[in-house]
Design a protein. Structure first.
Length: 264
DNA sequence: ATGGCTTCATAGTGAAGA
């Protein structure tokens, strides 16, 4: 059951790298882009400090799953989310990385995938374990909600063309074979890489290093993704990265990515 | 250049990000 005829949905994802710092950018972006749902990552705030009132005063709803200092995810939406869940069921994880909700029958999972630090780090092993648990969770979600969109900061560049320079990134975290296999494992469940359903300019990225003038020189990675289920992919009408907010003063190092759907 | 820049927690610097 895909989207109802004539109904439209715009779903976005944005690693804001501190919601407190980026709230003005978020409010401006919501006003100009009017998504139905935007999944946020790296909110870096406990739920008690989540700026719910500011969002509500601007006409938005939100659910959040945050913690002090690190991680933290949220779903900001025009209408309230239904059937909201937090984390990966059955996977014990102190880090707040997953939130999900249903909007007009479409299930949206927002995720902040583990970074991993380096291939020799304990955090890399945690990343691979986390991805295995997440994949099982997405499989179960897909069985219950065929109309599924899985968005977020995946911290994986799926192919060499998703890096500004494959030689620089060779054998680094974010591009290693086990990580890329995990990404392909998600697609194999019956999901599509939304941005790749449409022609993108060469060297299209979603993150640029703050250091060494990364954005100006387009030294980036495509690591934020919108994955769309088989049932919904026929309704996907656009999927793109919006580099606008990355050009502002004091930006997040990630740009938002959005996808639009139209019921046929 | 095992760096660069930004954030948080903290009141000096260190951890973490990607």
């Amino acid at each position: 059951m895909a989207l109802a005829a004539g109904s439209a949905l715009k779903v976005a994802t944005w690693n804001v790298n501190s919601l407190k710092v980026r709230l003005p950018h978020l409010l401006d972006w919501l006003a100009s882009e009017t998504p139905d749902v935007v999944a946020l990552q790296e909110t870096k705030t406990e739920d008690a400090g989540f700026p719910l009132q500011a969002l509500q005063q601007a006409g938005w709803q939100a659910v959040c799953f945050g913690q002090k200092t690190y991680n933290g995810v949220a779903l900001v939406s025009r209408v309230p989310a239904e059937d909201v869940t937090f984390g990966i069921p059955g996977f014990d994880d102190e880090q707040k990385r997953v939130i999900a909700g249903t909007f007009g029958g479409v299930r949206v999972i927002g995720a902040y995938v583990v970074n991993g630090e380096s291939l020799t780090s304990d955090k890399y092993q945690y990343k691979l374990r986390w991805l295995a648990a997440f994949t099982a969770y997405v499989r179960e979600s897909l069985a219950r909600w065929p109309d599924l969109v899985v968005v977020g900061d995946y911290n994986i560049a799926p192919e060499d063309r998703d890096t500004h320079d494959p030689a620089v990134w060779k054998d680094c975290v974010l591009v290693s074979a086990p990580e890329r296999e995990a990404f392909q494992g998600l697609l194999a469940l019956g999901l599509h890489d939304g941005m790749r359903r449409f022609e993108q300019p060469e060297s299209t990225f979603t993150w640029w290093d703050y250091r060494a003038a990364g954005f100006r020189r387009n030294l980036g990675l495509r690591i934020d993704h919108i994955l769309v289920s088989n049932a919904l992919v026929g309704n996907l009408t656009a999927c793109t990265v919006d580099k606008g907010p990355r050009k502002l003063e004091r930006p997040s190092d990630h740009a938002p990515v959005w996808a639009s759907f139209l019921g046929s």
